[in-house]
Design a protein around this ligand. Structure first.
Ligand SMILES: [Zn+2]
Length: 479
């Protein structure tokens, strides 16, 4: 075990894949896609795979992990995020008084300029520290699989860090029709589109070839055209052809702001969903993030094409915008859960998605605790075309979480899943296993020097904030 600092080039010391048994007071499984809560069961794991789930106790001599009153859950899937942004912007957009339109100004006056500044000014080891902090946040927040979209160039550290920390992840390098943009006096972006420039897509293909399937299949790459208003038809058609040629997934931000809808309608005479359908991008291999301004007809189109959605409710709630999960899942669309650039805590994200859906539908039983966990496990796995993820069953990957219910806020236990989702937090997780490796045990990550990572990543973020203040990025954006 290596608790030394992980400076540039340093190693974290990944724990080995183990043959062991995890004994749970309750084990959440799915039978025919319906929840089945097993009482006092043992999950057997060997070489990164679940080999059985049975009521019997492990034989003497077998390595066993058992906690008092524990709930064993499938590892959850964060279907859309930007972990660098989560760390860089922590506390900045919260409560910020952007003039309307809030989300458009957040994206183009804060997130993208500060993101570009981060990309241009931080040294490789500083970006690495921020990625480490982000992935640690993701894992401790209950996600064992992460889909993360980032600037091209981040691949230089992203996959190495993921390999070291033990997370399962898909990286999506952003591809745009304009590498740079200017912000006009109205606060809106001006893009200098280069319709036939395929250099970003070519680089993304290079990332795919270099990293997809790496670390025993723990690493993956998804093609990530940024959004309908930043990608011209020539590029989106090329992305579709490239993804088909590689049998790869695609992810895109879709119908995120009214300004995006207006820009796309002005250019092409179609709304963003219609535009994506016209260039052949919709389909079961596409994960569309947000879809806030999708019309009811658009939802029918997304359902017909079996496009999946990543719902990120907190990210929009910050701006007073409700994006209820139930609107999309209720339309029959495969709707998973993402955290976007907010904190990476999946319990918090699920609970908020639940409350907001209940408020939207004015209905108590919509978005139940089990519906929410299902969205973050089975549905996310389906969007990733990974039937071996999001479930505790023989043959599935050994990605799981154990929550301890022996805590005052979770007692007494009538239904452990309801208790965890509606009353618990990610701090209640005591064990996290990914690919058969024990990443966290007794609430600690012994192979990861967490304090060191936090200190260095905070210093890297502070460096960008200082530069941003000097250059007026922050003061212009936030009042
Ligand atoms: Zn996003």
């Amino acid at each position: 075990m290596n608790n030394s600092a992980t400076g540039a080039g340093g190693s974290v010391g990944l724990p080995p894949k183990k043959k062991m048994a995890i004994r749970g007071s309750w084990v959440l499984t799915w039978q025919d896609d319906r929840p089945a809560l097993l009482r006092d069961h043992t999950v057997y794991v060997d070489d990164g795979v679940i080999t059985g789930v049975t009521p019997d106790r492990p034989a003497a001599g077998e390595e066993v992990i058992e906690y008092e009153e524990s709930l064993v859950l499938p590892g959850m899937i964060n279907l859309h995020s930007h972990i660098i942004n989560g760390a860089m912007f922590r506390g900045i957009p919260d409560d910020a008084r952007f003039e309307d339109p809030w989300m458009q100004r957040l994206i183009y006056q804060l997130l993208m300029p500060l993101g570009q500044l981060t990309h241009k000014t931080l040294a490789k080891h500083e970006v690495r520290d921020l990625v480490m902090l982000g992935m640690l946040d993701v894992m401790r927040g209950g996600s064992t699989t992460l889909v993360d979209q980032w600037h091209l160039g981040q691949e230089a550290v992203y996959f190495d860090v993921a390999e070291e920390l033990g997370i399962r992840t898909y990286g999506a390098p952003s591809v745009l029709s304009a590498a740079n943009f200017e912000i006009g006096d109205d606060g809106m972006p001006r893009f200098d589109f280069k319709p036939h420039d395929s250099s970003m897509l070519d680089r993304a293909v290079g990332v795919y070839r270099a990293h997809h399937g790496g670390a025993d299949g723990r690493l993956g790459v998804i093609f990530g055209p940024h959004a309908p208003d930043t990608c011209v038809p020539e590029l989106l058609r090329a992305v579709r052809e490239t993804a088909n040629a590689h049998d790869a997934l695609i992810t895109i931000h879709l119908s995120q702001t009214p300004e995006e809808v207006a820009a796309v309608e002005g250019r092409y005479g179609k709304n963003p969903v219609q535009y994506l359908e016209s260039v052949g991008l919709l389909g079961p291999d596409l994960i569309a993030a947000h879809c806030v301004h999708a019309t009811d007809d658009d939802l029918v189109t997304l359902r017909r094409t079996d496009t999946a959605i990543a719902n990120c409710v907190i990210s929009f709630a910050r701006g007073g915008i409700n994006v209820p999960l139930s609107r999309y899942s209720g339309a029959g669309i495969r709707t998973g859960i993402g955290t976007d650039s907010h904190g990476m805590n999946l319990i918090s994200e699920l609970r908020t998605a639940g409350w907001f859906s209940k408020l939207h539908e004015k209905c108590a039983y919509i978005a139940s605790a089990y519906d929410l966990v299902r969205a973050a496990t089975l549905v996310g796995a389906s969007a990733l075309r990974r039937p071996d993820l999001g479930r505790i069953a023989a043959g599935a990957k050994a990605d799981l979480i154990v929550a301890s219910l022996a805590r005052p806020h979770l007692q007494p236990v009538w239904d452990p899943v309801k208790n965890l989702i509606w009353k618990g937090s990610s701090a209640d997780f005591t064990l996290i296993m990914i690919d058969g490796r024990v990443i966290m045990r007794d609430g600690m990550c012994p192979h990861i020097p967490e304090r060191d990572i936090m200190r260095r990543a905070s210093a890297a973020a502070a460096k960008v904030w200082t530069l941003a203040e000097e250059r007026g990025v922050l003061s212009r954006s936030i009042t």
